[in-house]
Design a binder for this molecule. Structure first.
Ligand code: AMP
Length: 396
């Protein structure tokens, strides 16, 4: 799989349409975390070294039809981006009626533009070709660097790219970095390769687990999904969260792992509580069986030691999904221990998006990881082995 790269385009004097992922958390019009904006900077700066004619766009949240709020407008993002770039950014709210290219043609030298939230227009999520045409008409080059959205066949990601000749489309620097890191896990990682899966549901992760069983040597399970596995094995799980109707999925995973000689690691002790509540006192259960009236909310100390050992012996480790309810301090130890063990590893360490990224940040070890994926859903779908629509249109 080879991407068309931004660096391969001749951008001199060209009008560039750039899809970014500026989908940052907002509260009362204030940006709560600007990581995604900062991740977009290298591609923006690269383009501006070659041309000043740039229109940027993104979605933000899931705005309700006809009820837009300051938390789903990209205006504050534009202001912050202008500060970070030290450039004047013209904010364009009416691009659905006035093609973006007309606004671009009126800009002063040095000004660049940012379009309002793409999801304000119905055409975006419908992958509407007419909407894509209004967005991109008159532009010379299409660049996508919105890794977090490449698994969605939306107009700015799919239909818009298709409007341009293949040689005038390219992947930005972030998409290139993400794809290279994830692809190397599937194609050329150093063994032993350990996959650590956690989070709430087996059913959400079945696709990725089944595909990764073709590549990994250890499958380490934590989080609520561990209790569905333990129940399948006949272990008592008390009132832990279990997907009783998904036992067939667990059986499929267990059989496939046996066939491929992948070792599945499950919790051997637990940190429990009587209720699913932050203030419910943490109770350690020293063995695998959880008594009635208690639910597992984190892996216990023996399990932590065992999982640390597996990580230490691995040359490649991928983590997706917390080991417990890490948002509550009494049940965060398992996830913090996995984050620290990965940080101490001399092998390659990849964080596959979502809550594991938050856990790694909480443990303050983000800078110790080989790669942290910025796109949760996109990373998971890529690792499932799917062809992502936003990547397909950027292939050579
Ligand atoms: P996911 O989005 O599937 O990765 O799930 C992440 C969520 O799973 C987090 O909000 C955790 O609090 C939650 N979680 C992890 N372990 C447990 C558990 N043992 N019981 C209930 N929820 C859990």
């Amino acid at each position: 799989m080879q991407l068309r790269r931004l660096e391969d385009l001749d951008l001199r004097g060209k009008k560039v349409f750039l899809r970014l992922d500026l989908n940052v958390p907002m509260k009362n019009g204030v940006i709560k975390d600007d990581t995604r904006i900062r991740e977009a900077l290298p591609t923006i700066k690269y383009i501006l070294e070659h041309t000043s004619k740039l229109a940027m766009c993104s979605h933000l949240g899931r705005p309700k039809k006809g009820a837009h709020t300051e938390d789903d407008s990209l205006e504050a993002v534009g202001v912050h981006l202008a500060e970070l770039l030290d450039r004047e950014i013209v904010f364009c709210a009416d691009y659905a009626t006035e093609p973006a290219i007309q606004v671009l043609s009126r800009l002063d030298p040095g000004q660049i533009m940012l379009l309002e939230n793409l999801r304000y227009s119905e055409g975006e999520e419908k992958n509407d070709k007419d909407f894509a045409r209004i967005l991109t008409e008159g532009f010379d080059v299409y660049v996508n660097d919105a890794f977090g959205t490449v698994h969605r066949a939306h107009a700015s990601v799919d239909a818009a790219a298709e409007i341009f000749p293949a040689e005038s489309r390219a992947a930005g620097l972030l998409i290139q970095r993400e794809i290279a890191a994830l692809q190397s896990l599937l194609a050329s990682c150093e063994p032993p390769f350990t996959v650590i899966m956690g989070g709430s549901k087996v059913s959400d992760k079945i696709g990725i687990i089944m595909n990764l069983l073709n590549h990994c040597h250890n499958l380490v399970i934590g989080g609520a999904m561990a209790y569905t596995f333990l129940k399948f094995k006949g272990v008592d799980v008390g009132s832990s969260r279990v997907e009783d109707d998904k036992m067939n999925l667990v059986e499929t995973i267990v059989r496939a792992a046996e066939k491929r000689r992948v070792m599945i690691h499950l919790p051997i002790d637990h940190v429990c509580a009587a209720e699913f509540s932050e203030n419910s006192p943490a109770v350690e259960v020293a063995g695998p069986n959880i008594p009635a009236g208690l639910m597992g909310l984190d892996i216990g100390p023996k399990t932590i030691a065992a999982y640390e050992g597996v990580i230490r012996r691995s040359r490649t480790t991928l983590w997706n999904g917390p080991m417990g309810v890490f948002e509550w301090p009494a049940f965060a130890k398992g996830s913090m221990a996995v984050a620290h063990a990965m940080a101490a590893s001399t092998g390659k360490t990849v964080i596959g998006g979502g809550d594991s990224v938050a856990a790694v940040n909480m443990a303050e070890v983000a800078n110790k990881m080989t790669h942290i994926s910025t796109g949760g859903g996109a990373a998971l779908e890529f690792l499932e082995g799917r062809v992502l629509p936003g990547i397909k249109v950027l292939l050579k």
